[in-house]
Design a binder for this molecule. Sequence first.
Ligand code: PAF
Length: 299
Amino acid sequence: MQFKSNNLILLFYENIPMNIYKTQTELQSFISDKMPETVGFVPTMGALHDGHLELVKKALEENEVCVVSIFVNPTQFDNASDLKKYPRTLHKDAALLKQVSDKILVYAPDAKDLYGDKVQSAQFDFGPIAKEMEGAFRHGHFDGVGTVVSLLFDAVKPSAAYFGEKDFQQLQIIKKLVEIKQYDIRIVGCDIVREPSGLARSSRNTRLSALEFEKSTLIYKTLKHVKNQWNSLSIEELNQYVASMFSDQKMFDLEYFVIANEETLKTAHTKSKKDNYRAFIVVFVGDVRLIDNIYLGKG
Ligand code: PAF
């Protein structure tokens, strides 16, 4: 029974005509025929959710052509099991995009089309922002992101590219990449999209059990509390509060909680009136790694 209904769903997806391009040559030949003034680009690793769709809607609003790439990039994973378990749902993704607009072009290459024969990272000097948080905990991650995003930019040739603020540090890295490679591409950061419970939307959420999904709202509740107490408590007191929230939780493993200067991303220990601050958190729920952040305000 289960088998039959799954097949029906697949059939349904397969019957929807979609603009899926497997190679950059095909994609470019279609785009160059249209001679658009602006191409908006949303790079993704698929398993699309409302957070992605908000980026796509903005790209559609602001550009003549909108391209969404779907590619699970091996060079940005430092953990083979995380890469293997990353959800891959191309047909469902394409069907979701089709509901938003049938004008969206989906670029879903294989590794060879992007990387050629050698699937490996280039090395970048993104400066101090790359050494903090994700840079410290995920070895080689930003070199992998920088590599694939520059390959994608070369393939798609966008005039603007859209990224969510859930990966706030990644967004700063991409801005730096554009500077280093001198791309003429406008980088647009978009607000975090949340579940009604406050949990940040993420492709990884699909790997949570119903109970884990429900309990993971603790992450956002903790961030909200930190924001509410920002003017009353010191950074040390806030750090202690967050550690205490996760210390006796069997379901969660707090990888890091950091209050950082929003511009330099350096960990802050004291507040300064002239700087803006943001709180960053990564929590493991079983083997699912969830990331979130919140703007706190000036010091
Ligand atoms: O944010 C993501 O989904 C990925 O890091 C990106 C930017 C698509 C590069 O693989």
